[in-house]
Design a protein around this ligand. Structure first.
Ligand SMILES: CC(C)(COP(=O)(O)OP(=O)(O)OC[C@H]1O[C@@H](n2cnc3c(N)ncnc32)[C@H](O)[C@@H]1OP(=O)(O)O)[C@@H](O)C(=O)NCCC(=O)NCCS
Length: 173
């Protein structure tokens, strides 16, 4: 089933595709946690074609798309210079910004493959150390990051509309 999966770098031509998969995967994973107005405000700021177009134009940021065998988009990831509120952040620190696979494709190692791709790119660009922010109750993702060498470093609050989520910042040196 995963034999003909392809991972490719996204370009500015993928802004609409990313708004679509970005909004769908966030809603599918976390949508039930927020009042509809907070969810809508977050999607409107983070997952519009314009917002994605800006990210895709940024030469310091990389975005990847996973295509399933029939061409459907199964997931995406993005990475670049660290923007997390890390105390005494190192000047060349990198960050995995996003890692999402559609629920219907979970458990097929696509997340691991995407993560390995993003980490290899960050390392090749000289980013060190690497950080990722993860919801404190997202234990599945924390297990996955742990397998790739990330350990808990600090904590912060991630805004979604008017709500603030408690997040862990994981670090990999
Ligand atoms: C995290 C995620 C990308 C992993 O993708 P995947 O293709 O299923 O991952 P793989 O098949 O390579 O590896 C499976 C591992 O993913 C993690 N995982 C499984 N289900 C998960 C879920 N519903 N949510 C988060 N992580 C999950 C576990 O670590 C699992 O390994 P385990 O069963 O041995 O504990 C995917 O589950 C996902 O998109 N989840 C929702 C979005 C999310 O939580 N993203 C991370 C935000 S920081």
């Amino acid at each position: 089933m995963t034999r003909n999966i392809t991972i490719r770098r996204a370009t500015t031509a993928d802004a609409f595709t990313l708004a679509d998969i970005g909004g769908a995967t966030f809603t599918e994973t976390f949508g039930h946690l927020y009042p509809p107005a907070d969810l809508a405000a977050f999607l409107k700021s983070a997952h519009t074609p314009d917002a994605w177009h800006r990210r895709l134009q940024d030469a310091h940021v990389a975005v990847w798309l996973v295509h399933a065998e029939d061409g459907a988009i199964a997931g995406y990831a993005s990475a670049g210079p660290c923007k997390l509120p890390v105390p005494d952040l190192e000047s060349n620190a990198g960050e995995l910004f996003q890692l999402y696979v559609r629920a219907s494709f979970h458990g097929l190692r696509l997340g691991s493959r995407l993560l390995a791709t993003a980490l290899a790119w960050l390392e090749s660009r000289g980013f060190d150390p690497l950080y990722v922010g993860v919801w404190s109750r997202n234990e599945g993702a924390q297990r996955l990051y742990g397998r790739f060498g990330f350990t808990r470093h600090s904590e912060y609050e991630f805004p979604v509309g008017t709500q603030r989520d408690h997040e862990y910042i994981l670090r990999r040196a």
